[in-house]
Design a protein around this ligand. Structure first.
Ligand SMILES: C[S@@+](CC[C@H](N)C(=O)[O-])C[C@H]1O[C@@H](n2cnc3c(N)ncnc32)[C@H](O)[C@@H]1O
Length: 444
C-alpha cells in the first residue's frame, strides 16, 4: 500500500535555538500543534479544519503546519488500531482522554505511517509530557518500536461508528468504509462545460465517470493544472455534484441556492443556465465563494443571511437545499467526523434540516423543484427527513432520477432517492456518502 510522503527530512532539518534558551528539539512545535489539534477534535468536538488555524498559529513554516495536520489526520484514521497497540503495551489501560495516550497515538503514527525515524519520534514525544508521565511514555514507545509493532493495512472503523453504519447499511458498508479510510480519496473535478469532458480527461490524465466529470489522483497541486486558473473546472466530489446535476437545465429560470458557500453547486447551477441567488450565513465561506465565482466567471446574486430568518422576495423555479449536516459521508477526507459525531449531534442537525426544509418548501413555485441534499451517511438526515417532509407537505412528490442522470454504478433506491455509499464505485476510487431527493411541487 502506498504510504504518504515521508517527513523524515523535515524532522532532521528543523533544528533551531530558542533565543537565550536550550536548543529547541527539531520539529517539536509541529508535534505540539498536532497535540492541540487532536485535543480540539477528540476532547472538545471541534472539526479538524476549524481547529487548524488556532492550533497552528505559532508555526511560521507551511511545511510544519502540513505536518501537524498530517499527524492529526492519520491519528484520527487509525485511532482504534493505535489504541490496540498502546493497550497491549501498558500494564493498565490508560484513560481514553489521558494525555499520555494522546501523545503515544501521535508519536506512534509518525513511526508507523509517516516514516519518521525512531530517534526523532522519541525526541519529540518526551517534551510533550514534561512534568507528566515521561517514563511511562518512554517505556511504552520504546517497547513498541523495539518490537517492530505494525498497524494493519486497513484501519478499524471506530466501534460506535461501525455499529451505527452496520445497523443502517450492513457490514459491507463498514468494510468499504475501512478500505476507503486506508486509501486517500481521489480528487474529482466538475467541468463548466461538459462538452470539454474528453479534452480534460486527456490533459488531466484522469478517469471520467460521467459527462462533465474527471477524476484525478490525490497527489497533485490543483492550482497548477491546466484549466483551473481559467475556471474551466473546479474540485468537487462526484457525489457532491449530483444534486445540482439533478436540477437539469435552467434556461434562464430562477434558482435559490440555500446554504451555498463555498459555491460548488452555485457554479454548477449557473453553468447549467439557472439565474441563481446564493444564500449563506457564513461571511468567511462567502468570501471563498466570491473567489470561486470570480475565477469561473459565473454570475450569481450572493446574499449573506440565515435561511431560518431570511426570506426571498419571490418564490423560485428551483430551490436547492444543500443542508448543514453531520458530514459523516465525507469521513475519508475528514476523519474527525468519526470521533466527534454521535447520536446527539445527528439529532441536532436533523432538527435544523427539518426547519430549513419546511421554510424552503414555501419558496418553490408551483410546478418547481426542491432538491434536498446532505453529505451524511445517517438516515435521520436523509431518508427519514424526506419521509417526514412528505408526510406534512401533500403538495410535493419525489421525482426519481431518469436513465442517464446518474453515473453508472449509482442508482436511485426503491423510493426514488439517491443514496451514495462507500461500497459504490469502490474499484474506481469510491464516492463520498451523500443523500439526494428531488421533489416536485405540484401545480395549483
Ligand atoms: C454543506 S455546506 C454547503 C456547500 C455548498 N452548497 C457547496 O456546494 O459548495 C453547508 C453550508 O450551509 C451554511 N449554513 C448553515 N446553516 C445555515 C443557515 N441557517 N442559513 C444559511 N446558511 C447556512 C454553512 O455556512 C455552509 O456553508
Amino acid at each position: 500500500m502506498a504510504k504518504p510522503p515521508s517527513h523524515q527530512n523535515r524532522t532532521r532539518r528543523a533544528g533551531s535555538r530558542r533565543s537565550g534558551g536550550a536548543p529547541a528539539v527539531p520539529g517539536l512545535d509541529a508535534r505540539r500543534a498536532a497535540l492541540r489539534l487532536l485535543d480540539a477534535v477528540m476532547r472538545r468536538g471541534e472539526p479538524l479544519e476549524t481547529a487548524l488555524h488556532a492550533a497552528t498559529q505559532g508555526l511560521a513554516d507551511r511545511a510544519d503546519k502540513a505536518l501537524a495536520h498530517a499527524i492529526a489526520a492519520d491519528v484520527l484514521r487509525w485511532t482504534a488500531d493505535l489504541d490496540a497497540l498502546i493497550d497491549g503495551a501498558t500494564p493498565q489501560p490508560l484513560p481514553e482522554d489521558a494525555k499520555a495516550r494522546m501523545v503515544l497515538r501521535l508519536t506512534l503514527v509518525q513511526a508507523l505511517r509517516l516514516d519518521t525515524p525512531p530517534h526523532a519520534v522519541v525526541a519529540t514525544a518526551l517534551p510533550l509530557v514534561d512534568g507528566g508521565p515521561r517514563r511511562l511514555v518512554h517505556g511504552v514507545l520504546g517497547a513498541l518500536l523495539r518490537s517492530e509493532a505494525r498497524l494493519p493495512d486497513v484501519p478499524t472503523v471506530p466501534e460506535a461508528v461501525a455499529q451505527r453504519w452496520r445497523a443502517q447499511w450492513g457490514e459491507p458498508v463498514v468494510e468499504a468504509s475501512a478500505q476507503a479510510l486506508a486509501r486517500r480519496a481521489p480528487i474529482d473535478v466538475t467541468l463548466a462545460d461538459p462538452a470539454e469532458t474528453a479534452h480534460f480527461d486527456d490533459v488531466l490524465a484522469g478517469d471520467t465517470l460521467m459527462s462533465g466529470h474527471v477524476r484525478i489522483g490525490h497527489q497533485v497541486s490543483v492550482p497548477g493544472l491546466p484549466g483551473y486558473a481559467e475556471g474551466r473546472w473546479w474540485v468537487q466530489d462526484l457525489a457532491a455534484s449530483l444534486p445540482a446535476r439533478l436540477a437539469g437545465e435552467g434556461r434562464g429560470r430562477t434558482a435559490l441556492d440555500l446554504c451555498a458557500a463555498p459555491g460548488g453547486k452555485t457554479m454548477q447551477l449557473a453553468a447549467q443556465g439557472w439565474a441563481v441567488t446564493a444564500l449563506d450565513k457564513s461571511a468567511k465561506r462567502l468570501e471563498r465563494m466570491g473567489e470561486n465565482l470570480a475565477r469561473s466567471g459565473f454570475a450569481a446574486s450572493v446574499v449573506q443571511g440565515d435561511a431560518l430568518t431570511w426570506a426571498p422576495e419571490a418564490p423560485a423555479d428551483l430551490v436547492l437545499l444543500d443542508a448543514p449536516c453531520s458530514a459523516t459521508g465525507i469521513f475519508r477526507r475528514h476523519p474527525d467526523v468519526m470521533h466527534r459525531v454521535g447520536d446527539r449531534q445527528i439529532a441536532e442537525m436533523s432538527g435544523i434540516q427539518a426547519q430549513l426544509l419546511d421554510r424552503a418548501a414555501d419558496w418553490v413555485k408551483p410546478g418547481g423543484l426542491l432538491v434536498y441534499a446532505t453529505c451524511s451517511l445517517e438516515r435521520a438526515e436523509g431518508e427519514d427527513q424526506i419521509a417526514r417532509f412528505l408526510a406534512s407537505h401533500a403538495g410535493f412528490a419525489l421525482s426519481p432520477p431518469q436513465a442517464g442522470e446518474l453515473p453508472e454504478g449509482v442508482a436511485a433506491d426503491a423510493m426514488g432517492h439517491v443514496r451514495t455509499l462507500p461500497t459504490m464505485l469502490a474499484d474506481r476510487g469510491g464516492l463520498d456518502g451523500f443523500f439526494i431527493a428531488r421533489l416536485v411541487r405540484q401545480q395549483g
